[in-house]
Design a protein. Structure first.
Length: 272
């Protein structure tokens, strides 16, 4: 069964680097000290190089190169730098090939960035603490697709998988057909394996779950569902995907005005 090798892949993942664990411990204790974050990142040459490569990606649109970690943290802010640090450290553990999803690594990174940016822009106007918690989770929300893609490639099912992706709107449904797990379910295992904050794994556990969500994470799961509807591997802030997100907001009796403004800011920044 497909889920058995997927679980084995998760179990074989190496732990997060010590530098990343130190950064996570800082965030766990409240507002981070920027100088301390910069110092920890700079103590890890591989992490430093990868962070600078990521923040200089063309889709961020900076006219001049970012040449130092201090500059990166200043421009992006501590919350978004945390997301990039986590994504960087997790990406380094994978041989990434997302061809079964018909997207490149660059496109995958851009989608993850847009999901993170949208939830940050939207929720900073609702609840700052929740925005800080949600931003890195949104950045990593599609990570499980890397393992599913690897399994699909190794079992020779890429063509059948892609055919079903084109046939069905629900990506999670297609993942479940072919891998017997969704990327969110795999994320639950990955985040637990890496000893990330329980909020990471708990929110993923209920992302595709129709059962009642615990009250303490209900708002977070709903927010992640809204963002995933608006930005995903098939659609990124199209009229149709935005409408799908608005339906979720309305079903949960949530206001839409601030979300629409946030959508427009992200759309202008990344797609226009």
């Amino acid at each position: 069964m497909a889920y058995i090798p997927l679980i084995a892949r998760v179990d074989s993942l190496p732990p997060l680097p010590e530098s990343v664990l130190k950064i996570e411990s800082i965030y766990a204790n409240g507002d981070p000290d920027i100088d301390e974050i910069v110092k920890i990142i700079e103590s890890d040459p591989s992490l430093t190089a990868d962070i600078l490569a990521k923040v200089n990606a063309p889709y961020y649109g900076f006219s001049k190169s970012i040449i130092s970690i201090l500059q990166a943290v200043t421009l992006f802010g501590s919350t978004q730098i945390r997301s990039i640090v986590l994504a960087s450290s997790i990406d380094r553990t994978f041989d990434i090939d997302l061809s079964p999803y018909n997207i490149s690594t660059y496109e995958f990174s851009k989608i993850s960035t847009m999901q993170s940016e949208l939830i940050f822009q939207w929720y900073m106007g609702i609840d700052i603490d929740t925005a800080r918690s949600l931003t890195p989770i949104a950045f990593l929300m599609e990570t499980g697709k890397i393992l599913i893609a690897k399994e699909i490639i190794q079992t020779g099912k890429s063509d059948a998988f892609l055919t079903d992706l084109l046939l069905y709107d629900d990506v999670s449904y297609v993942e479940n057909i072919h891998a017997m797990m969704t990327s969110a379910q795999i994320n639950t295992l990955i985040f637990k394996h890496l000893n990330l904050n329980d909020t990471f794994s708990d929110s993923m556990k209920y992302l595709d779950n129709e059962h009642e969500i615990p009250n303490n994470i209900s708002d977070m799961v709903t927010a992640l569902r809204v963002v995933r509807a608006a930005v995903n591997i098939k659609e990124q802030l199209t009229e149709e995907s935005i409408n799908k997100a608005l339906v979720i907001l309305e079903e949960n009796s949530l206001e839409t005005e601030h979300f629409i403004r946030s959508v427009q800011r992200v759309k202008t920044k990344y797609l226009e």
